[in-house]
Design a protein around this ligand. Structure first.
Ligand SMILES: *[C@@H]1O[C@H](CO)[C@@H](O)[C@H](O)[C@H]1NC(C)=O
Ligand SMILES: *[C@@H]1O[C@H](CO)[C@@H](O)[C@H](O)[C@H]1NC(C)=O
Ligand SMILES: *[C@@H]1O[C@H](CO)[C@@H](O)[C@H](O)[C@H]1NC(C)=O
Ligand SMILES: *[C@@H]1O[C@H](CO)[C@@H](O)[C@H](O)[C@H]1NC(C)=O
Ligand SMILES: *[C@@H]1O[C@H](CO)[C@@H](O)[C@H](O)[C@H]1NC(C)=O
Ligand SMILES: *[C@@H]1O[C@H](CO)[C@@H](O)[C@H](O)[C@H]1NC(C)=O
Ligand SMILES: *[C@@H]1O[C@H](CO)[C@@H](O)[C@H](O)[C@H]1NC(C)=O
Ligand SMILES: *[C@@H]1O[C@H](CO)[C@@H](O)[C@H](O)[C@H]1NC(C)=O
Ligand SMILES: *[C@@H]1O[C@H](CO)[C@@H](O)[C@H](O)[C@H]1NC(C)=O
Ligand SMILES: *[C@@H]1O[C@H](CO)[C@@H](O)[C@H](O)[C@H]1NC(C)=O
Ligand SMILES: CC(=O)N[C@H]1CO[C@H](CO)[C@@H](O)[C@@H]1O
Length: 470
């Protein structure tokens, strides 16, 4: 786009105003800025009257979604983001961007902009936050050079914007060392065809204060670009849904500040090494849907801040390390669809905060007793179907745990119908198929809160041999 041509791209803007309660008390707005906003409004369709407070007689610092600086009176924030992409307004403007040079915060996310992102945004040199992400690929940028004008930028979110032809995105971003957060999810970034090509391995990232990096749903090549591992301040890294393959890079263990790591839905293989111990600030680790194999390293138990651990849909083998019982903050553990063997370690009984334990479709066998389950008082979702475990509990067992979802398909439970189910007041889903029950259904069972029951492939006689009630 020629910088000298009059800017005439149509912008479709959906507007819901998130009004800030923190209005300035004394600031009155600048006439030029009020005029720019009035002109902007003129070009908007606002069927729901969300800009009804934008009237000439009112100080524009008091308008919905507008925040002025208390000191200078300049408009510094515009909150025009929309959670509802169905509402559209149309804008066209150039003066708008030029007049609001003091703007520090611009959030138009989900607002349904359409066409080329206006390069005039680069004139808003005071911006600290720029959020223009969309949910569709209605917006694109063919050259991101203008972004270099935002030399104070800290938070950048262009998720959902088509950057497939903006081949300079990485170099441009690298001229802004003030960046703290980058969200470029679903931008059709393709580093494999990038002219840096293999050189992304020697590329040095200048934005060394970065704490949040989201490059999920792109194609950054088959190996995680090495420069990412140099960002040692990172607290959150999302590289899910790329096409990374091969083993986890040793350099990953340099990112010791990480709290959130998401490498799910890639093609990573090899084992989860002991070096996981270095990431002991992790709160959430998501490695689901990869090709990881080998045992779960016992050092996972040293990552004691973990609350969410998703390892499902890999090829992990061996038994569950007893160290896992040290994850006293763990709330969710999903390791379904793997090749784990052995039984549940007793130490699992120490996971007082565990709410969801999902281990279905593994190769586990052995005995599970009361003591495994009695301390898991927070547990409400337990799906362990598709294992050959044996539940051995006394006939009088009244578990303290109250399940909502309980899947024990293919466990050895029979021949008696398990009486302890009677204590379950909130059970909605129960799967006891293939469990060797040879009994009648006790009458109390029909009084339960259950929505879905699977008792198929047992020898249940009497009242009816129902398979699924719902
Ligand atoms: C302006 O001052 C008010 C009152 O002290 C405060 O609540 C508000 O956060 C300030 N606004 C900005 C943008 O700093
Ligand atoms: C508003 O202006 C008055 C008079 O100048 C001053 O006394 C008061 O502290 C100001 N209030 C704020 C919140 O700045
Ligand atoms: C990165 O930083 C170095 C040193 O601060 C500087 O020389 C270089 O020009 C910067 N690179 C870019 C692309 O701005
Ligand atoms: C990770 O740390 C090791 C050891 O300190 C170092 O040799 C390596 O270069 C670092 N990797 C990156 C990508 O910075
Ligand atoms: C891991 O994947 C790479 C690339 O897809 C392949 O060459 C290698 O043989 C795989 N290694 C293992 C242990 O599966
Ligand atoms: C990791 O956990 C093991 C087993 O509890 C313990 O002996 C070891 O000291 C821990 N290592 C670190 C670095 O905390
Ligand atoms: C657990 O993993 C299964 C796939 O194996 C997936 O369908 C399910 O959504 C996951 N549940 C949670 C809560 O992560
Ligand atoms: C259950 O909790 C009690 C009290 O905290 C503790 O003494 C016991 O060892 C725990 N049982 C298991 C199997 O962890
Ligand atoms: C089922 O519930 C009803 C009403 O709460 C109660 O009267 C009846 O005794 C219960 N039947 C069984 C078998 O528990
Ligand atoms: C019960 O578990 C088996 C084995 O995992 C599964 O095939 C079946 O669909 C489940 N039944 C229901 C109702 O979810
Ligand atoms: C007044 C001003 O600085 N306008 C600039 C806005 O941005 C475009 C594109 O970067 C420049 O060409 C203008 O000079």
């Amino acid at each position: 786009m020629d910088g000298s041509t009059h800017f005439s791209v149509f912008l479709l803007v959906a507007i819901i105003l998130h009004c800030s309660s923190s209005k300035t008390v004394n600031a009155t707005c600048y006439a030029s800025e009020k005029q720019a906003l009035m002109d902007f409004k003129k070009d908007l369709k606002d069927p729901h009257g969300r800009l009804s407070s934008w009237i000439h007689d009112v100080d524009c610092c008091k308008w919905e979604g507008v925040v002025c600086s208390n000191r200078s009176g300049r408009v510094i924030q515009l909150h025009l983001q929309s959670p509802d992409p169905e509402i559209y307004v149309v804008a066209e403007g150039d003066e708008f961007f030029w007049s609001l040079r003091s703007l520090r915060y611009l959030d138009l996310s989900g607002a349904g902009f359409q066409g080329m992102v206006p390069y005039q945004l680069g004139n808003l040199s005071s911006l600290r936050t720029l959020s223009i992400g969309g949910h569709r690929f209605d917006l694109q940028v063919d050259n991101l050079q203008w972004l270099a004008g935002l030399s104070n930028l800290e938070h950048l979110d262009m998720s959902g914007v088509d950057l497939s032809t903006a081949s300079n995105w990485l170099e441009v971003i690298n001229t802004i060392p003030s960046l703290v957060e980058i969200h470029l999810s679903s931008c059709q970034l393709d580093l494999s065809s990038h002219h840096l090509g293999r050189d992304t391995f020697v590329f040095h990232a200048n934005f060394s204060s970065l704490t949040v990096l989201d490059l999920s749903r792109n194609f950054l090549g088959h190996l995680i670009p090495r420069w990412i591992f140099g960002l040692t301040a990172l607290a959150s890294l999302d590289l899910s849904e790329n096409w990374f393959e091969g083993p986890l890079s040793r350099d990953l263990w340099n990112l010791t500040s990480l709290k959130y790591l998401d490498l799910s839905f890639n093609h990573l293989n090899g084992s989860l090494p002991n070096e996981l111990i270095h990431l002991n600030n992790l709160i959430s680790l998501n490695l689901q849907e990869n090709h990881l194999n080998g045992p779960i390293p016992s050092t996972v138990g040293n990552c004691t801040k973990l609350e969410y651990l998703s390892l499902n849909d890999n090829a992990l083998s061996g038994s569950i390390p007893s160290n896992l019982g040290k994850l006293s903050s763990l709330q969710l553990w999903n390791v379904s669809h793997n090749k784990l063997t052995g039984t549940l370690p007793k130490s699992l009984g120490q996971l007082f905060k565990l709410e969801e334990l999902i281990i279905f479709d593994n190769l586990m066998e052995g005995v599970v007793s009361e003591s495994h389950l009695d301390n898991l008082t927070a547990l409400r979702y337990f799906d362990a179907s598709g294992n050959s475990l044996t539940l051995k509990v006394s006939a009088s067992w009244t578990p303290r745990v109250q399940f909502e979802v309980l899947g024990l398909s293919s466990w050895k439970l029979g021949p008696q119908f398990p009486t302890w189910i009677r204590s379950q007041k909130f059970l909605q889903y129960l799967n006891l198929s293939f469990t060797g029950i040879l009994d009648t259904i006790p009458p109390w069972f029909f009084n339960s809160s259950l929505d879905i029951v699977d008792l198929s492939h047992n020898q249940i006689h009497g009242k009816s041999s129902i398979a699924i009630l719902s």
